[in-house]
Design a protein around this ligand. Structure first.
Ligand code: PGA
Length: 317
């Protein structure tokens, strides 16, 4: 193994975790041939194949499984070492690793501004992805803190709400339903609907509400991004339900509007979450306290003027 490099182990770990060269390449911002080459060289250093392809699926060999466990131990130890070095340096230097659900990208970067001004030596690594992948990161202990709207009920985690995150029904500005009040859910279910992808927390909340009423949505399209959904609504492809915060930077001339639908807004919160046994670094602890004590005020101060009073009228924010 003496010819193996830490970089190769990192690449191998990502391929093994995703069971996919393509997804590992995406995560590491590498090309797929580079990823394959790194794994090939590592297998040569090990002296045994690490993966086998059966049909379309990729499996770890026995040697691969052993190496995967070893990698996880090495990276956990390195993360612990990084934390203790960062703690020695206090808040002067180090990295804060955050993984947040896609709706939080409309707020968290604004909250990071004043925090980074207070502690200019701190670097931020911010992963924005859907609910399911944030949970994967949490299970893998890859980040310091996680922000979710639906905290996992079956895991040993610390959970702290810090800001409202209501879901609202959005339509294009001239949609016929904009003239109606208290629109029945049944009526919404008849409209062409644009849905977030499987694994999305937004999708789960909407599905739950319609399931509880025994209604099936007329889903025309699945899209993996809130912004793409907004564009599709503006393009007249259908209506959707998204976090109110996706409207945070839309001005008065926005092509989108919020419909008055019974049962909406769906009340939700963003939660700051971290695993039960985790020792927070000094930096993560400072961000945790900042978010709980000042998060809501800073979010209001830095939002598009009038956004939060509008949110309050709707019963959220
Ligand atoms: P999503 O989560 O990005 O997985 O839809 C957003 C949320 O639950 O607020």
């Amino acid at each position: 193994m003496k010819n193996a490099t830490l970089h190769q182990l990192k690449v191998f770990e990502a391929v093994a975790r995703h069971s996919s060269f393509t997804r590992a390449a995406e995560e590491l911002f590498l090309t797929q041939p580079t990823v394959s080459m790194q794994v090939k060289q590592l297998a040569k250093a090990v002296g045994a194949p690490l993966f086998e392809q059966v049909g379309k699926r990729l499996y770890l060999t026995e040697a691969g499984k052993d190496l995967y466990t070893t990698c996880r131990e090495i990276f956990d130890r390195l993360a612990q070492f990084e934390t203790s070095i960062a703690n020695l340096k206090g808040l002067k230097q180090g990295t804060l690793r955050l993984a947040v659900v896609t709706t939080a990208k409309y707020v968290v970067p604004r909250l990071l501004g004043p925090f980074c001004q207070r502690y200019p030596g701190i670097d931020i690594s911010l992963t924005v992805t859907n609910h399911e992948r944030v949970i994967d990161n949490l299970l893998d202990n890859r980040d310091d803190l996680y922000i979710l709207s639906q905290p996992p009920e079956d895991l040993d985690v610390n959970i702290h709400p810090f800001l409202e995150n209501p879901l609202v029904v959005l339509a294009w500005r001239d949609h016929p339903l904009t003239r109606e009040k208290n629109i029945p859910l049944k009526r919404v279910a008849e409209e062409p609907f644009i849905m977030r992808e499987p694994g999305s927390g937004t999708r789960k909340s909407i599905q739950k509400m319609f399931d509880e009423q025994g209604l099936a949505l007329n889903v025309k399209l699945d899209l993996g991004s809130n912004e793409a959904i907004k564009q599709a609504i503006a393009g007249g492809l259908g209506i959707s339900a998204l976090s109110l915060h996706t409207m945070a930077l839309e001005g008065r001339d926005s092509p989108l509007t919020i419909l008055d639908v019974e049962g909406f807004p769906i009340e939700r919160y963003w939660y700051l979450v971290y695993p039960g046994g985790k020792q927070l670094s000094v930096i993560a602890q400072a961000f945790f306290e900042y978010l709980l004590n000042e998060g809501k005020t800073v979010a209001e101060q830095t939002a598009f003027q009038g956004f939060f009073s509008y949110a309050r009228q709707l019963g959220g924010g």
